[in-house]
Write a protein that binds this ligand. Structure first.
Ligand code: 2M8
Length: 457
């Protein structure tokens, strides 16, 4: 793999308190491993999450990946985000998949033909999905810039700023189905945690039968163990929900009366709030007004606390707008509002207690990685995707949240845990939450990218 640029950051100094054997040699080995994954997944102007499972561009993957490139090739940070936002729809939505026309339409299900974005007014010339993903992009752009400030980065921020603002405006104006200042997701794929137990309650109301999938060919189960992936019944419901949204031309007006899945997600809205904080930072360096972004961040945080915090469980839960109720599962989604700097002390303390409990096992020295679901729950599944396994992007976000609120020792526990996972198993897509064994794709981009980011700390 050719790489003409010498990393300006590099793996950094060896050893930090509580870390795994962070010798210079080991850090260099991990650095090169991660670099190899990102280089191998680079595709002319973006990075695929995985060559096999996900051969196109994914929205929130690109945001995390952009952070990793800042440590190797900052030019690629900006190329990654620029190529994604080139596919932004006229209404401001940033599609969750941008299809590479050079890749066969059958390589991924559901492919471009299923989404039919070309028939929709306001969609870009390139084929995309019609859904979105958690808006972590402003957060990522700002984080990457602060990691590696440069004239090129500043110019990129200037170009990206109006697009990032339009992305937030779309969510605030078109997706506030509940009318309380939070954005709703219209599909579990929009959460990024596709088959999380968080969606079991709202998904059970979506009319579908597993037999629906006989009409389609899933591609994910060709590359990954079906026992680790969402079930056919999950997929039947995924298809049913997209079909309903697509039938309305992916329009958002009147969703409350007609759409089968409408949920306010804590992670999605925490990302939206944290991105307003990041936009305030960006606005300051490019000479725009940070005030409105700060105000919006405060309002989103307030709405999140009012709507999604449950004082009885002491954590955040998604709200199902079809029933008006909070969904009962205690998943890792509940910990992610920590990324909001204005989260009140009461909620910070409650979420910390939840994170440190046997459910998630957060500690300054983790004995096992952070799971995606409550380990003590009867429906905890250590192998199945977002129903138990550990993921580095979520661990990275929770770690950021801990740093934002000054819990450096706990943040160090997560950092060590991330490094240990990759040191032992490689840059896997996700990891067994007990043994740390690598699962899913073995050369996964956001794992590599976020490993680089924590190694550089
Ligand atoms: C997974 O989601 C896609 C659908 O978007 C899939 O399963 O085919 C999720 O892990 C999601 O968070 C991620 O962005 C995507 C690509 O890595 O894969």
């Amino acid at each position: 793999m050719v790489n003409q640029t010498v990393p300006s950051a590099g793996p950094g100094p060896a050893a930090s308190a509580g870390a795994v054997s962070e010798t210079v040699a080991e850090r260099s080995r991990l650095w090169e491993l991660a670099r190899g994954v990102l280089d191998g997944n680079w595709e002319h102007d973006h990075t695929v999450p995985s060559r096999t499972l996900y051969p196109h561009q994914w929205s929130w993957d690109s945001a995390f990946i952009a952070i990793g490139w800042a440590h190797l090739r900052p030019d690629r940070t900006w190329s990654e985000l620029t190529s994604l936002f080139r596919a932004q729809w006229r209404d401001g939505r940033v599609p969750h998949i941008v299809f590479n026309p050079a890749v066969s339409g059958g390589a991924y299900f559901p492919g471009p033909g299923f989404w039919s974005s070309d028939t929709v007014e306001g969609a870009p010339p390139v084929a995309t999905s019609g859904l979105v993903q958690p808006p972590v992009h402003a957060l990522a752009a700002w984080h990457a810039y602060r990691r590696m400030p440069s004239e090129q980065g500043l110019a990129a921020l200037r170009r990206l700023y109006p697009h990032l603002v339009a992305q937030q405006r779309y969510l605030a104006n078109c997706r506030d189905v509940g009318g309380a200042g939070l954005a709703s997701i219209v599909h579990p794929w929009e959460s990024g945690l596709d088959n999380s137990p968080a969606w079991d309650a709202p998904m059970s109301a979506v009319p579908a039968e597993a037999a629906v999938m006989r009409a389609y060919r899933r591609r994910d189960t060709v590359h990954a163990d079906p026992a680790h992936r969402p079930t056919d019944l999950d997929y039947a419901r995924y298809v049913t929900i997209v079909t309903a949204y697509r039938a309305g031309g992916y329009r958002d007006d009147g969703l409350a009366g007609r759409h089968p899945f409408l949920v306010e997600c804590p992670l999605f809205n925490a990302a939206m709030g944290a991105s307003e904080v990041a936009l305030a930072g960006i606005a300051e360096v490019i000479g725009a007004d940070p005030g409105p972004h700060r105000e919006r961040a405060v309002r989103i945080t307030e709405a999140l606390v009012t709507r999604l915090y449950d004082p009885d469980t002491g954590t955040f839960h998604p709200r199902d707008l079809r029933t008006g109720r909070l969904t009962p599962a205690r998943t890792v989604l509940g910990l992610t509002p920590l990324i909001l700097p204005d989260l009140p002390a009461r909620q910070v303390q409650a979420v910390l207690a939840e994170a440190r409990s046997a459910r998630f096992g957060l500690a300054a020295r983790m004995d096992r990685p952070l799971p995606s679901h409550d380990r003590t729950a009867t429906d905890f599944e250590p192998l199945r995707y977002w129903r138990g396994p550990s993921w580095l992007n979520i661990t990275w976000l929770v770690r950021r949240g801990l740093l934002v609120h000054g819990h450096d020792r706990l943040a160090a526990g997560l950092r060590s845990s991330m490094i240990e996972l990759v040191a032992a198993a490689g840059c896997h897509e996700y990891f067994h939450p007990d043994t740390g064994a690598g699962l899913g794709s073995s050369a996964f981009s956001w794992t590599a990218a976020l490993l680089l980011d924590v190694l550089a700390d």
